[in-house]
Design a protein around this ligand. Structure first.
Ligand code: ATP
Length: 251
């Protein structure tokens, strides 16, 4: 039962078929972290060392000729990319362009209007939903997911510490501030131990220190062979392999 819950996110089958490398993959060159004057001076928190370093097997995600329609509007079309372990893809673009919709397509929660996604590796999805029991103290709410994800309690504790949640574990989730909820959602998501992170606006509501910590987590995840695909209208505090502005794929 627990394993079934842990794998509750839909998987796109077959797990992987090599469909070539339409945009880059192998050839993509990591860049320096995108610079944001608001965040540049804040050192990453040491707590990132507490994240588990699982040493992922091969993981990749390929999007081929994707188009997305919501309601009666075609949002984007002819969008292709390939991302492999160790790479970060930044999905950018103005409000309403379709960043969240693309994240949902990549997670298998929304069918594309056209094209397909091939994926190897489990996914951890962070979106606008907190997915924590508002009536439980934070520690209990995180424990629920730790059990689902078959985490050892000490692993969840380490992740909570990395997200600087130690002092909040006894606080009911509904009393947490916006930024505290975001950090709790991050801990819940990253605790899955999945190689592919799909993060929709992970920096929203975070203060400068938490943004730097998040950057450290992303950097470590990629260094361990994981994938980060981040939809954000902000610059990312970690090395970015490729940036796609969805506005370039308007139909
Ligand atoms: N279920 C839906 N039915 C119809 N239209 C939808 C639906 N969900 C989203 N949309 C529309 O699709 C468009 C893209 O939404 P989406 O949330 O993907 O954009 P976004 O780039 O993530 O925006 P933001 O930067 O504001 O978060 C918006 O115009 C939105 O109103």
């Amino acid at each position: 039962m627990a394993r079934r819950l842990a794998n509750a996110l839909p998987r796109i089958e077959p797990a992987w078929q090599d469909q070539g490398n339409p945009i880059g993959g192998q050839g993509m060159v990591p860049t320096r972290p995108e610079t944001d004057p608001d965040h540049a001076a804040v050192p990453a928190c040491d707590g990132t060392d507490a994240l588990p370093q699982p040493g992922f097997g091969e993981c990749r995600i390929n999007a081929s000729d994707l188009a997305c329609r919501r309601g009666d509007r075609l949002l984007f079309a002819r969008l292709s990319f390939a991302v492999q372990g160790g790479e970060t893809l930044h999905l950018a673009g103005p409000n309403g362009v379709g960043k969240s919709s693309l994240i949902r397509i990549l997670a298998g929660l929304l069918p594309p209007w056209a094209g397909n996604v091939a994926r190897q590796g489990a996914v951890a999805l962070l979106d606008e939903r907190l997915a924590l029991d508002m009536h439980q103290p934070l520690g209990r709410a995180l424990e629920f997911w730790a059990r689902c994800d078959l985490l050892e309690p000490q692993d969840m504790n380490r992740i909570a510490s990395a997200a600087e949640l130690d002092d909040l574990l006894d606080v009911p989730v509904r009393y947490l501030s916006t930024g505290q909820r975001r950090r709790a959602a991050l801990a819940r998501t990253l605790g899955r131990g999945a190689p592919i992170w799909l993060l929709d606006e992970p920096l929203n509501g975070l203060d400068a220190r938490s943004v730097a910590t998040m950057g450290g987590m992303m950097t470590k995840h990629c260094a361990s062979g994981g994938i980060c695909i981040i939809a954000s209208h902000q610059m990312l505090p970690a090395p970015v392999t490729r940036r796609i502005d969805i506005a370039d794929f308007l139909p």
